[in-house]
Design a binder for this molecule. Structure first.
Ligand code: ADP
Ligand code: MG
Length: 229
């Protein structure tokens, strides 16, 4: 049984730890950067001339990674209100299309009528981007990311399904999904799904993953309908 409160609590602790470590690392990096910049000025040393731009570049890259982590760790402000889920879906899909076309992945979504849910636009967008990105990355040889939306009038919810025909996951891998830093990608952070899970929970929704190796993955998100004005 999945205990939401314990989960949220753990996430907060991890976030705070990550933030304080990241902060401590940033200071020495800034100092080192300053020294490199200073000693390379007007230098006659050929090696120093050649390599100092690379050193600075790598330091800047490290700094950027840390800044990104800090952004994630900071519990960002959000507000639950009536949002148009179709508009957020369409915006997110348009953002991911170019990334998909790199690996011959198209994204499919049709919608006849607008649906309004209780949520936060940034939260929902970030969640969809993370999920669609994973779906695209799972299909190395191309394919289709299919997104469907279904309104459940009986319990006032809406269900989104995002499916891919990618490499899928074993039962064991499915269990690891969402744990901080769990990744099977050479350039992955292993933070995407953890963040997605948190964002969906914060909107009062649920998220579930089904997967079969070599067949694909289905991510199901359920959010509360907003019927009031
Ligand atoms: P990252 O994408 O940086 O690796 P995530 O938390 O988004 O971090 O995902 C963790 C891992 O879960 C991925 O490395 C991948 O192995 C697996 N995964 C997530 N989504 C999918 C998917 N749609 N199909 C197959 N594997 C997936
Ligand atoms: Mg990811």
């Amino acid at each position: 049984q999945f205990d939401e409160m314990v989960y949220m609590d753990k996430l907060t602790t991890i976030g705070q730890m990550a933030a304080s470590i990241a902060h401590e690392i940033r200071n020495p990096i800034t100092t080192v950067r300053g020294f490199i910049q200073f000693i390379q000025q007007d230098t006659k040393d050929e090696k120093l001339k050649r390599f100092s731009p690379l050193i600075l570049e790598e330091l800047d890259r490290t700094n950027k990674i840390i800044t990104d982590y800090l952004k994630l760790a900071k519990p960002n402000q959000y507000e639950l209100s009536k949002i148009n889920i179709d508009k957020v879906l369409k915006d997110s899909i348009e953002l991911m299309r170019p990334f998909g076309s790199y690996s011959n992945v198209t994204i499919e979504f049709h919608s006849e009528e607008m649906t309004y849910v209780k949520g936060d636009i940034q939260h929902l967008k970030q969640s969809l981007l993370n999920i669609i990105k994973n779906a695209i990355e799972a299909m190395e040889h191309g394919g289709v990311v299919k997104i469907t939306k279904k309104v459940n009038a009986f319990n006032s919810t809406v269900t989104l399904k995002i499916s891919d025909q990618g490499k899928g996951m074993t039962k064991e891998e499915l269990n690891y999904l969402g744990l901080p830093f769990y990744t099977t990608k050479s350039k992955g952070t292993g933070l995407g799904s953890m963040i997605t899970n948190r964002l969906i929970l914060e909107m009062g929704g649920t998220i579930e993953y089904e997967s079969k190796v070599d067949e694909g993955t289905i991510v199901t998100i359920t959010l509360k309908l907003e019927t009031e004005k």
